[in-house]
Design a protein. Structure first.
Length: 319
């Protein structure tokens, strides 16, 4: 096992420096400093994935991140951390026919518990794999959930699993409650550093100048939250009445309409690229329920949410 204290210090220092000082000269592993000086749109994914894998290398952990508010999705739909929402430890990679059960266990049980508890906790899945689960918040919003592991529980009954799985399970390090403070430290520091770095990259994507750009960014960043004119007014450092007037002046629309348009754009992405149920998409995009999502979607797009998903399924693949 690696020296966790040393690895954590290096990893946290690396990510903290990189998030705050992207121009800093860095030499880490085989990745040379000159390629880390600035992050541009064309290499953002490469750089972010490097940070992620460097964090895994330094800690000796398998890390998984579930992004609940599309914090790592850029306005052009570029994903800065592709495939890090998949558990890649040997036991999770073991052939199985129960992917749906694994997905439900992580997405429903672990993530709902993370949102409810609001702090890191030990989580053991139905296959016996133990991980530390940590919710990541932006303000009061549950932005992401990070899983760190994988560990084994010596008391876990392996009798119902095939021999091939048992061998992989026995190779995992044993979970130790004493690990929690160290793991919390690296997960908290690294997660918030990566979120800050993603926000910095997003600013380069969203480059519209002036008040109009500032307002567009407000809706892009806060579509999942229950915010209103007072929040936008505070962001713009204007009175509420002046903010309402400015929206009409620049867009010819009110706050609620602009927010609904952004939420519909986000929902459209989920409909086109995932099989999530409409209720879950409504939750992820700030709508109070799936019925209101459908109502607003029809009013703005003049079609049903189902027609977007149906069109995706009926599309004939290119030869």
């Amino acid at each position: 096992m690696p020296d966790h204290a040393s690895a954590i210090r290096k990893c946290v220092d690396f990510l903290r420096n990189y998030a705050i000082f992207p121009e800093k000269i860095l030499k880490t592993g085989k990745f040379m400093a000159d390629s880390l000086t600035l992050i541009h749109g064309e290499d953002a994914v490469e750089k972010m994935l490097f940070c992620w894998h460097e964090m895994e290398r330094m800690t000796g952990l398998h890390l998984t991140l579930h992004d609940h508010i599309r914090a790592f999705i850029m306005p052009d739909n570029t994903c800065l951390l592709p495939d890090v929402n998949i558990h890649h430890n040997p036991c999770c990679d073991h052939p199985q026919r129960t992917r749906l059960k694994c997905g439900a266990h992580c997405r429903v049980e672990a993530m709902e518990r993370a949102a409810a508890e609001g702090k890191p906790f030990r989580f053991q899945c139905w296959r016996g794999v133990v991980e530390l689960v940590m919710p990541v918040y932006l303000g009061k919003v549950h932005a992401a959930t990070v899983f760190a592991g994988a560990f084994r529980d010596p008391a876990f009954d392996l009798s119902r699993f095939p021999v091939s799985y048992r061998k992989k399970y026995q190779q995992l390090p044993v979970w130790d409650d004493a690990r929690i403070p160290q793991l919390e430290q690296v997960l908290i520091s690294a997660s918030y550093s990566l979120l800050q770095l993603a926000a910095n990259i997003r600013e380069r994507y969203v480059s519209e100048p002036g008040r109009k750009g500032q307002i567009h960014r407000f809706f892009l960043y806060h579509f999942k939250e229950q915010v209103g004119v007072p929040d936008l007014a505070a962001e713009l450092n204007l009175s509420e009445s002046r903010t309402v007037h400015l929206l009409k002046e620049l867009f010819g629309k009110g706050f609620a309409e602009l927010m609904n348009e952004e939420r519909v754009r986000q929902a459209e992405e989920y409909l086109a690229k995932t099989d999530l149920p409409l209720r879950e998409i409504a939750r992820l995009t700030g709508f109070r329920n799936e019925y209101y999502l459908s109502y607003v979607f029809r009013r703005i797009r003049h079609c049903s949410p189902g027609s977007i998903r149906g069109g995706r399924k009926k599309k004939i693949p290119e030869a």
